[in-house]
Ligand binder design. Structure first.
Ligand SMILES: Cc1cc2nc3c(=O)[nH]c(=O)nc-3n(C[C@H](O)[C@H](O)[C@H](O)COP(=O)(O)OP(=O)(O)OC[C@H]3O[C@@H](n4cnc5c(N)ncnc54)[C@H](O)[C@@H]3O)c2cc1C
Length: 475
């Protein structure tokens, strides 16, 4: 990296929760009332990210007689929901074969994929109905190939899409010229395109959704960390909620509950946002369609934001897991990661070399042992959970919330018959096995990624690392 580039990244500010929150709340985010004393309700939801809020919102809309309380440790959107890349992508972690095994065979896997595709529009409709100003814009997603290995991989994926009954209106391959006409990614050889993706301002969605949830009649407490969940109650330091149903929506922070160890591990990742980019630079980049952009080696996700910035995040070449499953998302991205993302950004778009990075932040997403999300409610104990999205949760959390609504209301619907509804999940290994495993797998994947980039041939290290972790990917 030359000195000019270094100058461009010397000024980024750590922005509290994220760039999104810094934009919404330059003077700090206001906090709702803390829970104190005893509160009795029908449904208590722990965690005010997208999962908890969609569940509460949908429950109140479906049955306004139901009392619903949401208890949040910090503020609504403190977790990944206020920190993410803003791609509302119709994607669930887990391969189609894995989803077929979990439920109603091939039919169930296809029904689930059709439902997650529909979910993107469902979110758009709610945002519109509730007047949530989160720049929702359905522009699709481009997975850009820059090496022959990536190109072959995406072609193979499209072939598999067809075998599973998804047509060119769902997923299609674009040639190099068409790809570069849309967005001038340096060295682009082609792209897999899907229209089933929208871009949003993630902070505005989660904060707007919290307001809509309150308007729908639910009560949200903030600054109230729940210490334990038991059948019929959730307990904080200063208070307790008694409820017929207690739903856990704590994702990467689940380890904070005395009752729920080794269910979900936190995976750390970082993001950067550039300063607004001038028109003359956009003229070189193109990207007028503002599709969500994904790249491989390393995995990167980028957004062309409504206010003309680019945000970038993804695999940041670190061991993304901390010993004991302790999430520590506060503050800006580590300097090494800022340099790494910035050089990746310039590799994609050399025209950005004069554009400063304005914000950096960190976040954690949650990974269950199966690497597949789920929704579960035990009607006997009244305990339930939603989550486990492994970094792709913006659209799935809406589907999970609507599914939990139907489970709580005791309805037998198309949603409750999807393979997303699953029994209690397998636990992660105890420490130090968990940490050692994560370090070995991350190192194999990082070395494999660099090797694949150097040789333009698939690296067995990545496959072996994934196999060791039990991770099969998606699609
Ligand atoms: C940097 C980053 C980029 C991402 N980009 C994308 C993307 O572009 N597209 C996509 O689909 N997905 C993306 N994801 C994943 C996505 O953001 C998450 O899957 C989704 O936001 C999860 O929502 P959630 O409500 O389940 O969890 P969270 O948003 O993490 O919410 C959990 C909430 O529970 C609260 N909580 C935890 N423990 C307690 C407790 N004991 N008591 C009370 N409250 C508690 C937390 O404070 C938090 O507010 C990204 C994630 C990260 C970190």
């Amino acid at each position: 990296m030359n000195s000019r580039n270094s100058a461009a990244i010397s000024r980024p500010q750590a922005s509290g929760i994220s760039h999104w929150f810094a934009q919404l709340y330059p003077d700090g985010c206001p906090r709702r009332t803390t829970l104190s004393g005893l509160v009795e309700t029908d449904v208590c939801i722990v965690g005010a990210g997208y999962s908890g809020l969609w569940t509460a919102y949908e429950l109140r809309r479906a049955d306004p007689t139901l009392d619903v309380v949401v208890v949040e440790a910090e503020v609504a959107g403190f977790g990944a929901s206020g920190r993410n890349g803003g791609a509302v992508i119709a994607l669930l972690q887990g391969t189609r074969e894995q989803w077929a095994l979990r439920g109603d065979g091939r039919r169930g896997a296809i029904a689930l994929e059709r439902e997650i595709i529909r979910t993107v529009d469902e979110i758009g409709e709610t945002v519109h109905r509730e007047g949530i100003d989160c720049a929702f814009s359905k522009n699709g997603v481009l997975e850009v190939a820059r090496t022959q290995t990536e190109l072959l991989h995406f072609r193979h994926m499209v072939q598999r899409d067809r075998e599973w009954g998804f047509g060119p209106d769902d997923y299609t391959m674009l040639g190099a010229d068409e790809t570069r006409r849309r967005v001038a990614v340096d060295g682009a050889l082609g792209a897999r395109f899907s229209p089933h993706c929208a871009s949003i301002h993630p902070g505005a969605l989660v904060r707007g959704l919290a307001d809509a949830t309150e308007r729908a009649g639910a009560v949200i407490y903030e600054g109230s960390p729940v210490r334990s969940i038991e059948p019929g109650r959730a307990t904080t330091v200063e208070g307790q909620v008694r409820a017929r149903y207690v739903i856990r929506a704590t994702e990467a922070y689940t380890e904070s509950l005395e009752s729920d160890h080794r269910q979900i591990v936190p995976v750390h990742t970082s993001m950067l946002a550039t300063a607004p980019i001038p028109d003359e630079t956009w003229a070189q980049i193109g990207w007028a369609g503002r599709e969500a952009l994904l790249a491989e080696h390393p995995f990167l996700h980028l957004q062309h934001t409504a206010d003309q910035r680019i945000t970038i995040g993804g695999d940041d070449n670190r061991i993304p897991y901390r010993y004991g499953s302790r999430p520590s998302p506060l503050g800006g991205a580590p300097k090494r990661v800022v340099h790494m993302y910035h050089s990746e950004l310039l590799r994609l778009f050399p025209a950005l070399r004069e554009i400063p990075i304005e914000h950096t932040w960190q976040g954690v997403f949650g990974a269950p042992r199966s690497w597949m999300p789920g929704v579960h409610l035990d009607r006997d104990t009244g305990l339930g959970w939603v989550g486990g999205y492994v970094g792709e949760g913006v659209a799935p959390s809406n589907l999970a919330g609507r599914t939990m609504r139907d489970l709580v209301l005791g309805r037998d619907t198309e949603l409750t018959r999807l393979p997303l509804v699953e029994p209690p999940i397998r636990r992660w290994e105890p420490e130090p096995l968990r940490f050692i495993g994560a370090a070995v797998v991350a190192t194999m994947r990082n070395v494999g990624t660099r090797r694949e980039l150097r040789t333009d041939r698939p690296s067995r290290l990545i496959t072996m690392g994934n196999r060791l972790a039990g991770y099969q990917g998606h699609g």
